[in-house]
Design a protein around this ligand. Structure first.
Ligand code: C2O
Ligand code: CU
Ligand code: CU
Length: 469
């Protein structure tokens, strides 16, 4: 697999050192740590007053552990990008690329036509600007954006070209939901990254890393390591994005307090669902409400079997606790598309051992590696289709552009709670069936993608494309 260095030349020698982090395999945070570093939110970029969105991709240098800087990239800043607030209506976007390689700006979860989707067919050359004039029309949701250049997505996202979007209708107060950004409404980008002993962020996947997806040895939340999220003594809303290249999370609190799931990828649920463990695969989002009225300081952990710390919480009773009870209902209405389908398609997410041993990859969908020049499916605009997805070798998080879908079955049974709402990405642990109505057009020039969101798999060929006409 060919590997190009990202952004600036860093020595290849630093890439494999791999340190064993205290984050993994044991409880992450020493009790009674003296200096609390408060977790910062990404800066807000509210497009509502102007109807305009301006992003500039830039290379940067970030120091995650206080040492010398390590090369990174971001939108409007050195690592990651701002949290963009959008509402329905016209949005004139402008994405400038100040990086020395082509990037794109894919709006993951935004329901817009293929020509505005920012996928691999819409690269922005170094120094160029892309200006999609979009029209937003969808339910409130936590979505995200990231670069999506074929064979470069994994590395570009890894080094920071990603951010969160809130599509809002301004009605969260009426819903009884926390809505004060960074106070009781937290945006949390979960990423594992691999750092060497000098604190440099490494990305040089071996064939094994490509097979399993590239895993880190440190947790970053919003690009910060070891920070504490401070919340009021009431309910807090956590908007969680799994922005990792490959890691699945099974999130839980160390004191077993529940998480009340209120929204999935594409919008609100009809009512909160209490979960002890929340699974979140790469590309997925979830919004949960957590009760901190006891003033506790729990740790958000992952993987009950081999637990490690993700994020320390602390409460501050001087912060306004606006929401002190759980809303009984929400206005999410995931539509039942059962029976409306006009076509059924099979999607096999393939990893071929033989091919990989030959160094050729073996990553494909329905036996065919991604080809930018080939249209895999042609979908009729406005139609509902049933897609039957099957994972081989490992569980693959399956994502479709340009739609939100319902998961109708998982391994022949009903979907697990995290998958009962609107989705655009689903972890397929064996087999899953989804139903979607394809309401956004996409031409042969700018088709929609469907792919595994383990970014190493996607780049290696586990991706296809379809038109909607
Ligand atoms: Cu998160 Cu094809 O995208
Ligand atoms: Cu997407
Ligand atoms: Cu995969």
């Amino acid at each position: 697999m060919k590997r190009r260095q990202f952004l600036t030349s860093t020595s290849a020698a630093i890439m494999t050192a791999g340190i064993v982090s205290p984050m993994f395999g044991q409880r992450a945070f020493a009790q009674g740590q003296p200096a609390l570093t408060r977790l910062a939110m990404p800066p807000l970029l509210d497009t509502r007053p102007t109807g305009r969105l301006s992003l500039t991709a830039t290379s940067g240098s970030s120091s995650f552990f206080g040492g010398p800087g390590t090369p990174t990239a971001g939108f409007n800043q050195g690592y990651l990008g701002p949290t963009i607030i959008m509402q329905n209506g016209d949005l004139a976007a402008e994405v400038q690329n100040n990086i020395e390689e082509p990037i794109s700006a894919h709006w993951h979860g935004l329901l817009v036509p293929g020509e505005h989707d920012g996928g691999p067919h819409l690269p922005i050359a170094p120094g160029a600007t892309w200006q999609p004039e979009m029209s937003i029309a969808q339910d409130p949701a936590t979505i995200w954006y990231h670069s999506h250049i074929h064979e470069r997505t994994a590395e570009q996202v890894y080094f920071g070209l990603a951010g969160v979007i809130h599509v809002t209708d301004g009605q969260d107060d009426a819903r009884g939901l926390p809505s004060a950004y960074g106070i009781d409404d937290l945006t949390l980008v979960l990423q594992d990254r691999r750092f060497d002993s000098a604190g440099r962020m490494a990305y040089d996947p071996s064939m094994m890393d490509v097979m399993h997806g590239f895993a880190g040895n440190r947790m970053l939340v919003n690009g910060q390591a070891g920070a504490t999220a401070v919340v009021p003594e009431g309910f807090a809303r956590l908007r969680l994005l799994n922005g990792s290249n490959a890691r699945n999370y099974a999130l839980f609190f160390d004191d077993t307090r529940p998480m009340h799931l209120v929204a999935t990828d594409g919008g609100f649920l009809p009512a909160p669902v209490a979960l002890d463990v929340l699974r979140l695969a790469p590309g997925e989002r979830a919004e949960v409400l957590v009760d901190f009225s006891d003033g506790g300081a729990p740790v958000l952990m992952s993987d009950p079997d081999q637990a490690y710390g993700v994020l320390q919480f602390a409460t501050d009773n001087t912060l306004p606790a606006r929401i002190t009870r759980l809303p009984e209902q929400l206005d999410g209405a995931p539509e039942d598309l059962t029976g409306a389908e006009v076509a059924t398609r099979q999607v096999s997410l393939d990893m071929g051992m033989g091919g990989m041993m030959m160094g050729g990859g073996g990553f494909a969908i329905n036996g065919r590696p991604y080809d930018m020049g080939r249209i895999d499916f042609e979908v009729a605009l406005g139609s509902v289709e049933r897609w039957q997805i099957r994972s081989t070798m490992v569980a693959h998080p399956f994502h479709v552009h340009g739609v939100r879908f319902r998961v109708v079955t998982e391994n022949g049974g009903p979907p697990r709670p995290e998958n009962t709402g609107w989705k655009d990405t689903v972890l397929v642990t064996g087999e899953a069936e989804i139903l979607a109505r394809f309401d956004q057009p996409a031409s042969r020039d700018t088709p929609f993608m469907f792919h595994c969101h383990i970014l190493e798999h996607e780049d290696a060929g586990m991706m296809g494309q379809f038109t909607v006409t």
